[in-house]
Design a binder for this molecule. Structure first.
Ligand code: HEC
Length: 142
C-alpha cells in the first residue's frame, strides 16, 4: 500500500513537471521558431555557409555556373522554413528574402552574373526586414 501510494505521488509530480515544461515552451507565445533559427545559422553563418560562399563569388571569386546553381538551391529550405513558420511576424516579413532568392535563382539559370549580383544585394537588404532591434530576428552582430 505504502509503495503504491508513493508511486502515485511520483506519477503526480512527473505529470506536474511535464505540464510546466509544456507551458514554458508555449510561453514564447509560439514566437520562437527553432527550425527557422537552425536554418538561419546553417544558411548564413560561417565561411562555408551558402550566404558567405555566394557573397565571395559575387565579389569576384571564380565559380562554374553549375556550382553557383547548386549553391543558390541551398537557400530553398530557408525560404520554405520562413514561409511555413507559425509565427506570423516571421512569415509576414519573408517576402523580400524569398523574392531575392528567386531573383538570384532566375539569374543563375540564365548565367546572368549582373543579375546574380543585384539579387544578392536585395538578399542582403532583406535581412533588415527581420533583423533590427526589437525585430523578430533580433539585431545581427555583423
Ligand atoms: C523573415 C525574417 C528573417 C529574415 C528576412 C532574415 N532572418 Fe535571420 N533570423 C530570423 C529569426 C526569426 C531568427 C531566430 C532568432 C532567434 O529566435 O533567436 C534568425 C536568426 C539568424 C541568425 C542566427 C543567430 C543570430 O545571430 O540571431 C543569423 C546568423 C541570421 N538570422 C542571419 C540572417 C541573414 C544574414 C539574413 C539576410 C540574408 C537574415 N538572417 C534574414 C528571421 C529572419
Amino acid at each position: 500500500m505504502r509503495v503504491s501510494a508513493m508511486s502515485l505521488v511520483a506519477a503526480v509530480v512527473c505529470a506536474a513537471v511535464t505540464v510546466s515544461l509544456a507551458v514554458r515552451a508555449e510561453g514564447d507565445g509560439g514566437r520562437k521558431d527553432h527550425h527557422v533559427e537552425e536554418m538561419m545559422e546553417r544558411t548564413h553563418e560561417g565561411r562555408r555557409s551558402p550566404y558567405r560562399r555566394l557573397g565571395r563569388i559575387v565579389d569576384g571569386e571564380a565559380a562554374a555556373w553549375p556550382d553557383v546553381e547548386r549553391l543558390v538551391a541551398e537557400f530553398d529550405p530557408m525560404c520554405r522554413a520562413l514561409l511555413a513558420s507559425k509565427n506570423d511576424d516571421i512569415k509576414g516579413s519573408a517576402d523580400g528574402y524569398v523574392e531575392a532568392v528567386k531573383e538570384i535563382w532566375d539569374a543563375a539559370k540564365k548565367h546572368d552574373a549582373a543579375g546574380v549580383k543585384s539579387g544578392y544585394q536585395a538578399l542582403k537588404d532583406s535581412c533588415g526586414d527581420c533583423h533590427f532591434k526589437g525585430g523578430v530576428g533580433g539585431e545581427l552582430d555583423d
